[in-house]
Design a protein around this ligand. Structure first.
Ligand SMILES: [Zn+2]
Length: 194
Protein backbone atom coordinates (compact mmCIF):
# COMPACT_ATOMS: atom_id res chain seq x y z
CA UNK A 1 0.00 0.00 0.00
CA UNK A 2 1.05 3.56 -0.52
CA UNK A 3 2.37 5.38 2.62
CA UNK A 4 -0.76 7.54 3.05
CA UNK A 5 -3.08 4.53 3.28
CA UNK A 6 -0.61 2.65 5.47
CA UNK A 7 -0.49 5.57 7.94
CA UNK A 8 -4.29 5.76 7.94
CA UNK A 9 -4.63 2.06 8.74
CA UNK A 10 -2.12 2.27 11.61
CA UNK A 11 -3.80 5.40 13.00
CA UNK A 12 -7.20 3.70 13.00
CA UNK A 13 -5.95 0.46 14.56
CA UNK A 14 -2.92 1.32 16.74
CA UNK A 15 -3.29 -1.74 19.00
CA UNK A 16 -3.17 -4.13 16.05
CA UNK A 17 -0.06 -2.37 14.68
CA UNK A 18 1.80 -1.47 17.89
CA UNK A 19 5.17 -1.37 16.11
CA UNK A 20 3.91 0.31 12.98
CA UNK A 21 3.38 -1.44 9.69
CA UNK A 22 4.51 -5.09 9.68
CA UNK A 23 8.02 -5.48 8.24
CA UNK A 24 6.72 -7.90 5.63
CA UNK A 25 3.84 -6.44 3.66
CA UNK A 26 3.57 -6.03 -0.08
CA UNK A 27 -0.12 -5.70 -0.82
CA UNK A 28 -1.96 -3.19 -3.01
CA UNK A 29 -4.24 -0.28 -2.14
CA UNK A 30 -7.32 -2.19 -3.23
CA UNK A 31 -7.25 -4.34 -0.12
CA UNK A 32 -7.22 -1.37 2.27
CA UNK A 33 -10.99 -1.59 2.78
CA UNK A 34 -10.79 -5.30 3.55
CA UNK A 35 -8.00 -4.79 6.08
CA UNK A 36 -9.64 -1.75 7.67
CA UNK A 37 -12.90 -3.67 8.18
CA UNK A 38 -11.07 -6.78 9.45
CA UNK A 39 -9.02 -4.81 11.98
CA UNK A 40 -12.20 -3.08 13.21
CA UNK A 41 -13.94 -6.44 13.71
CA UNK A 42 -10.91 -7.98 15.45
CA UNK A 43 -10.63 -5.04 17.85
CA UNK A 44 -14.38 -5.13 18.58
CA UNK A 45 -13.97 -8.78 19.59
CA UNK A 46 -11.09 -7.77 21.88
CA UNK A 47 -13.37 -5.21 23.51
CA UNK A 48 -15.92 -7.98 24.13
CA UNK A 49 -13.25 -9.91 26.06
CA UNK A 50 -11.27 -11.60 23.28
CA UNK A 51 -7.47 -11.56 22.94
CA UNK A 52 -5.60 -8.53 21.59
CA UNK A 53 -4.53 -9.23 18.01
CA UNK A 54 -1.15 -7.99 16.80
CA UNK A 55 -0.40 -8.20 13.08
CA UNK A 56 2.95 -9.79 12.30
CA UNK A 57 2.88 -10.07 8.54
CA UNK A 58 0.46 -8.99 5.82
CA UNK A 59 1.11 -10.35 2.37
CA UNK A 60 -0.46 -12.26 -0.47
CA UNK A 61 0.02 -15.80 -1.58
CA UNK A 62 -1.17 -16.62 -5.09
CA UNK A 63 -3.58 -13.69 -5.09
CA UNK A 64 -4.99 -14.33 -1.61
CA UNK A 65 -4.52 -12.06 1.40
CA UNK A 66 -2.44 -13.54 4.21
CA UNK A 67 -2.93 -12.00 7.65
CA UNK A 68 -0.51 -13.58 10.10
CA UNK A 69 -0.44 -12.71 13.78
CA UNK A 70 2.58 -12.48 16.00
CA UNK A 71 1.74 -15.53 18.00
CA UNK A 72 0.88 -17.66 15.01
CA UNK A 73 -2.83 -17.53 15.75
CA UNK A 74 -2.55 -19.54 18.94
CA UNK A 75 -3.91 -16.62 20.95
CA UNK A 76 -6.87 -15.86 18.71
CA UNK A 77 -10.35 -16.93 19.69
CA UNK A 78 -12.67 -18.77 17.31
CA UNK A 79 -14.48 -15.56 16.35
CA UNK A 80 -11.22 -13.86 15.37
CA UNK A 81 -10.00 -16.87 13.43
CA UNK A 82 -13.28 -16.81 11.51
CA UNK A 83 -12.97 -13.07 10.80
CA UNK A 84 -9.47 -13.51 9.37
CA UNK A 85 -10.49 -16.54 7.29
CA UNK A 86 -13.46 -14.64 5.88
CA UNK A 87 -11.40 -11.56 4.96
CA UNK A 88 -8.73 -13.70 3.29
CA UNK A 89 -11.38 -15.58 1.31
CA UNK A 90 -13.01 -12.29 0.27
CA UNK A 91 -9.63 -11.05 -1.01
CA UNK A 92 -9.75 -13.61 -3.82
CA UNK A 93 -12.79 -11.73 -5.17
CA UNK A 94 -11.44 -8.20 -4.56
CA UNK A 95 -9.13 -6.39 -7.00
CA UNK A 96 -5.87 -5.71 -5.16
CA UNK A 97 -5.31 -2.53 -7.18
CA UNK A 98 -8.66 -0.74 -6.80
CA UNK A 99 -10.93 -2.77 -4.49
CA UNK A 100 -13.60 -3.50 -7.11
CA UNK A 101 -15.00 -6.98 -7.66
CA UNK A 102 -12.31 -9.18 -9.19
CA UNK A 103 -11.06 -12.68 -9.73
CA UNK A 104 -7.76 -14.56 -9.67
CA UNK A 105 -5.75 -13.96 -12.84
CA UNK A 106 -2.23 -14.74 -14.03
CA UNK A 107 -0.28 -11.50 -14.58
CA UNK A 108 2.43 -10.84 -17.12
CA UNK A 109 5.23 -10.52 -14.57
CA UNK A 110 4.46 -13.95 -13.24
CA UNK A 111 2.30 -15.27 -10.45
CA UNK A 112 -1.40 -15.11 -9.67
CA UNK A 113 -3.11 -11.95 -8.47
CA UNK A 114 -6.66 -10.87 -7.81
CA UNK A 115 -7.71 -8.22 -10.32
CA UNK A 116 -10.76 -6.62 -11.88
CA UNK A 117 -11.00 -6.50 -15.68
CA UNK A 118 -9.55 -2.97 -15.87
CA UNK A 119 -6.45 -3.90 -13.85
CA UNK A 120 -5.92 -7.44 -15.07
CA UNK A 121 -2.29 -6.73 -15.97
CA UNK A 122 -1.45 -3.94 -13.54
CA UNK A 123 1.15 -4.20 -10.79
CA UNK A 124 0.45 -3.04 -7.24
CA UNK A 125 3.26 -0.50 -7.63
CA UNK A 126 1.07 1.40 -10.09
CA UNK A 127 -1.77 2.45 -7.76
CA UNK A 128 -4.93 4.06 -9.07
CA UNK A 129 -5.84 7.50 -7.66
CA UNK A 130 -7.10 7.49 -4.07
CA UNK A 131 -9.49 10.30 -3.16
CA UNK A 132 -9.78 11.21 0.50
CA UNK A 133 -13.09 12.81 1.43
CA UNK A 134 -14.06 14.63 4.61
CA UNK A 135 -17.59 15.99 5.10
CA UNK A 136 -17.54 19.16 7.23
CA UNK A 137 -20.20 18.65 9.89
CA UNK A 138 -20.86 22.40 10.22
CA UNK A 139 -21.22 23.33 6.58
CA UNK A 140 -22.00 19.95 5.02
CA UNK A 141 -19.27 20.69 2.47
CA UNK A 142 -17.14 17.91 1.09
CA UNK A 143 -13.41 18.50 1.34
CA UNK A 144 -10.88 16.18 -0.18
CA UNK A 145 -7.70 15.70 -2.07
CA UNK A 146 -6.15 13.16 -4.34
CA UNK A 147 -2.95 11.90 -2.82
CA UNK A 148 -1.90 9.07 -5.08
CA UNK A 149 -2.10 9.35 -8.84
CA UNK A 150 -4.21 12.04 -10.48
CA UNK A 151 -3.36 15.63 -9.57
CA UNK A 152 -1.94 15.89 -6.04
CA UNK A 153 -3.52 18.57 -3.90
CA UNK A 154 -6.70 18.88 -5.93
CA UNK A 155 -9.34 20.32 -3.63
CA UNK A 156 -12.84 18.98 -4.01
CA UNK A 157 -15.56 21.53 -3.33
CA UNK A 158 -19.24 21.33 -2.40
CA UNK A 159 -20.23 21.20 -6.04
CA UNK A 160 -18.84 17.67 -6.17
CA UNK A 161 -20.94 16.56 -3.21
CA UNK A 162 -23.69 14.47 -4.87
CA UNK A 163 -21.27 12.57 -7.08
CA UNK A 164 -18.78 11.95 -4.28
CA UNK A 165 -21.40 10.75 -1.86
CA UNK A 166 -22.79 8.43 -4.51
CA UNK A 167 -19.30 7.07 -5.04
CA UNK A 168 -18.73 6.73 -1.29
CA UNK A 169 -21.91 4.65 -1.13
CA UNK A 170 -20.33 2.29 -3.62
CA UNK A 171 -22.07 3.53 -6.76
CA UNK A 172 -20.15 3.84 -10.02
CA UNK A 173 -17.62 6.66 -10.12
CA UNK A 174 -15.51 7.05 -13.21
CA UNK A 175 -13.08 9.69 -11.96
CA UNK A 176 -11.89 8.03 -8.77
CA UNK A 177 -11.68 4.34 -8.13
CA UNK A 178 -10.76 4.33 -4.47
CA UNK A 179 -12.51 6.69 -2.09
CA UNK A 180 -11.98 6.91 1.66
CA UNK A 181 -14.24 8.86 3.99
CA UNK A 182 -12.16 10.47 6.74
CA UNK A 183 -12.93 12.36 9.92
CA UNK A 184 -11.30 15.75 10.54
CA UNK A 185 -8.28 14.37 12.43
CA UNK A 186 -7.60 11.77 9.77
CA UNK A 187 -7.82 14.38 7.01
CA UNK A 188 -5.20 16.50 8.84
CA UNK A 189 -2.95 13.48 9.18
CA UNK A 190 -3.17 12.57 5.51
CA UNK A 191 -2.53 16.19 4.48
CA UNK A 192 0.48 16.51 6.77
CA UNK A 193 2.01 13.38 5.28
CA UNK A 194 2.04 14.67 1.69
ZN1 LIG B 1 -9.20 -2.99 -10.26
Amino acid sequence: MTPDLTRLLIARHPLIFPRGWPPRSDIGNGWFGLLDALCGELQAETERGGPQVSADQISHSFGRLEFDTRRHRTDLDDEQRGMIAHACATSTRTCEVCGAAGALVAIRRGGARTRCIAHADRGVDEPVPVLYVHVDSDTGHVIGQIVTGGQPGTIITATHFPKLMAAARGDECEEFQTIQLLNRDELSMVRSSD
